[in-house]
Structure formats: C-alpha cells, structure tokens
Design a protein around this ligand. Structure first.
Ligand SMILES: [Zn+2]
Length: 440
C-alpha cells in the first residue's frame, strides 16, 4: 500500500470511528442506589443504621438517608442486611503456593521452569477470585510474583479479562543477597534474581524503587532481613528505599521479624512492619509515635488446625495454642500501645477453604487475640485503606470506590456473618451473590 492510500485509509477509519467515540462520551455511566439496612462506618468503627448509597460508575457519589433515586437508576434493596466497605487483605501472595516440605527455591524452580508464567498467572487468577467471592475487593500483593506477574494479573483484572480484587502490587521485593531463599552455593538458573530485586548499595536501592515505579508498582516491599538467610539490608540502603519511595508517593512495607531489624526499618521511616514476631514494647512505642502500621500475619486456631491437618505429623493442639498465643500477645501489646493495625493474612500455602476464607479467618484470629469484632473490621477496611494511601479505599463515602459487602446480622457483634457474604460489589458491579439476597 502506498503512503497516500495508507493515509486515506487511516482517515476513513478515523471518520468511521468518530460517531462511536462521540456516542461513548454521551452514554451516561450507570447509576445505582443501594438501600442499606445497617451501614458499618469504618472510620468510627460502628454500625450507624439505615443509609442509602448513590453510585455513579465505579465510585460512590453520596451516602445519606432516604436518597431519591435519579431517573433511570438501578435500585438494589439491601435493607435486610448490614453493609461494609469491601474488605482489604493487605498482605497476600497471589502468585505463590509453597507446599509442605518445600523450600522457596523448590517453589521457584517449579514456578519458573516446570510450570511457567502462564500456569502461575492462571493459578493467581483463581486465588484472586477466591478473595473476591469472600468479600475481599482489594489486596496488597507483596512479592514472590516471578518478577512482575502480580502487576500483569492486575492489568488483566482491570481490563475485565478475569474477575478479581483490586491489586496494589509491589513487583519483586527489594532484598539483601540471597533473597528469602534458603542458602544455595550455586544458582545456575537464577532463581533468586527472578523472584527478588537484590539490592547492593544505597544508589542501587534508589534505582530499584524507580524501576518498580516505572513498572506500575503501588507499594515497595522491602526485606530488612531475609530469614532463613542471615543477610540484612544496610541502614543506608533502607533509608534510600524509603526516601525514594516517598519522593514517588508510594508506601513501603517491610518484612521484619527480629526486634533489631524492625527497629532499623521503623527508624528508616517505613509505612508498615509485616509480621514483627519478636517486637519489643520499646519498638512498638516508636511505631505508635511515627504512625507505622503493624500487619500481624497470624492465623486463627481454626486455620492452624486446618492447615496442620495435612502435615505428616500434626502438632498437638496445646502446642498450636501456645504458638498462637505468642502472636495474640504481640497484637494486643501493639494495640494497647497505640499502634495502628491492618489486616494481612500472608497465606501462601495450600488452604482448603481458599485464600479469601483464610483472610476472613485471620480476622477471627484478631478477635481471638482480644480485638473487638468492630476493631478487627476496621483493620480490614479503614486502617488498611489508609495504609495503602488511597483515599478511595476502606470507607463508603463520597468519591470512594463503590466496593461493598453485604452480610446478614450485625458483624460488629461477631464475625460469623462474614462466612457467607450475601452480595459483593466492586466498582459498582455485582461480583458475587444476588441483588435480591437482602431485600427487606
Ligand atoms: Zn509474605
């Protein structure tokens, strides 16, 4: 084809497309009014009674009492149910499953070489759907994603290819030498480099943050220490990560378990501490002072019994209880000292009921520790939303994402209703359940 005919064809194509584009601009976004029986105010941490939610497109336009439905609006009657903002699991690994007895290098060899990216992303999509169906409309996904498969899955979900939660992904975690894999004298297939971004200096740390931002990361995952490796990031590297992330306006999540590593990360100015198993009261006080969130990734008793049932030797219940009690004590020390708590399940092993059910059960664990159901729900809504740094998350108010979950009964009196969500909406679209499930 000559240049001239090509140009003529292009302009003809453009002309043909123009009316469609104009029509698309004119076509109004869908308007929905949701009539709610009892709304959870996630900021206040309490039920506030009947409310109506006006939704335009994928956002909440207004929350009020007895709102009139605009002409042509769809009305969804949830007056027989309680409604919460869509739940947030702030520590997931959609692209990772570690089976009992496997090291992370075994998992990486399977994912990278034996099964490959396609199988891995399909598995991640299935897990994403499990979250959505359980009422988790958002996850913060923190690495072990084979490079940037988390962000590719996010794109697929955003483009409507598969159902799934909103993903706030990190890409590969920034880690000291070896990443989180068990020490390997040789790594002929570069397993470590395909799962982690190994940081070797403060300048390199800044470059790693910029690389993640350029790929579309919404959060930086950093490993001040990388158990079972003994390697640790330097204080200067951590400070470089935090300052570069701040310049780009994204939060930093730090995986840290020993008090020394947690303290260094908190002093460097991270947004959240993940796990924090051995944290001291002194470090918790510093976190409270600096507004650093703790993401306690401990299971509930029911979960611990479920996943240990597949082990060759299931530990006695008392031993599980003792182990869980240490986590509960840490959570309540943090809570009493004023540390903000956000929900994170950190589920990356096979769990029969599914990842979403596991995230919900992690909330049960927070209540077993001593939080009230309302405080646990705040950790999965208001607190997680603030930690992710998106004003549109974790609250049902004007300009928020129209993400919600309807359940029977009053979830602030006990979390049992969360086991069977009646309706899950994400971005104004019903993703699970029935619109008629809660009619009053
Ligand atoms: Zn994790």
């Amino acid at each position: 084809m000559s240049r001239l005919t090509l140009a003529a064809a292009a302009s003809a194509l453009l002309a043909a497309c123009l009316p469609t584009a104009a029509a698309a601009q004119r076509s109004p976004q869908p308007v929905t009014v949701v009539r709610v029986g009892n709304l959870f105010d996630s900021e206040a941490g309490r039920m506030v009674g009947a409310r109506d939610i006006l939704i335009r497109g994928d956002r909440v336009a207004e929350v009020g009492q007895a709102l009139a439905a605009p002409d042509g609006a769809t009305v969804i009657d949830l007056s027989g149910c309680s409604v919460l903002p869509g739940l947030i699991d702030a520590h997931t690994h959609l692209l990772l499953e570690q089976r009992d007895g496997e090291g992370l290098s075994d998992v990486a060899a399977r994912d990278q070489a034996a099964q490959g990216d396609v199988y891995r992303v399909l598995s991640g999509a299935r897990r994403g759907r499990q979250y959505l169906e359980a009422g988790f409309t958002t996850v913060r996904d923190l690495g072990n994603s084979g490079g940037y498969l988390d962000l590719m899955l996010e794109r697929g979900i955003n483009d409507g290819l598969v159902p799934g939660p909103r993903i706030y992904g990190s890409g590969p975690g920034l880690a000291p030498a070896g990443g989180q894999m068990e020490p390997m004298p040789v790594d002929p297939h570069h397993l470590v480099g395909a799962e982690y971004r190994i940081v070797v200096s403060p300048d390199d740390a800044r470059a790693a943050v910029r690389d993640a931002v350029a790929r579309g990361a919404d959060v930086i995952k950093m490993y001040p220490e990388a158990t079972p490796q003994r390697t640790r990031m330097s204080v200067a590297e951590m400070a470089a990560v935090v300052s570069e992330a701040r310049r780009h306006g994204i939060p930093v999540a730090a995986h840290a378990t020993s008090d020394a590593a947690i303290r260094e990360a908190v002093e460097a100015g991270v947004t959240s501490i993940e796990h924090g198993y051995q944290i001291s009261d002194g470090t918790l006080r510093l976190m409270a002072e600096k507004g650093v969130w703790l993401v306690p990734t401990d299971p509930s008793l029911e979960m611990a019994l479920e996943f240990s049932s597949t082990w060759p030797q299931q530990p006695p219940r008392e031993e599980l209880e003792r182990h869980l009690q240490a986590g509960r004590d840490r959570l309540m020390r943090a809570h009493r000292l004023g540390v903000r708590i956000a929900l994170g399940s950190d589920l990356y092993f096979p769990y029969g009921p599914g990842r979403g059910a596991g995230a919900r059960a992690t909330l049960d664990g927070y209540v077993e520790a001593g939080l009230t159901p309302a405080q646990a729900l705040q950790a999965a809504t208001w607190e997680a939303g603030r930690m992710l740094g998106d004003d549109a998350l974790g609250a049902l108010r004007a300009n928020a994402w129209a993400d919600l979950l309807a359940v029977e009964g009053d979830p602030t009196q006990g979390l049992a209703p969360l086991r069977s969500p009646r309706l899950v909406m994400k971005g104004g679209r019903i993703e699970a359940g029935e619109a008629s499930a809660c009619a009053g």
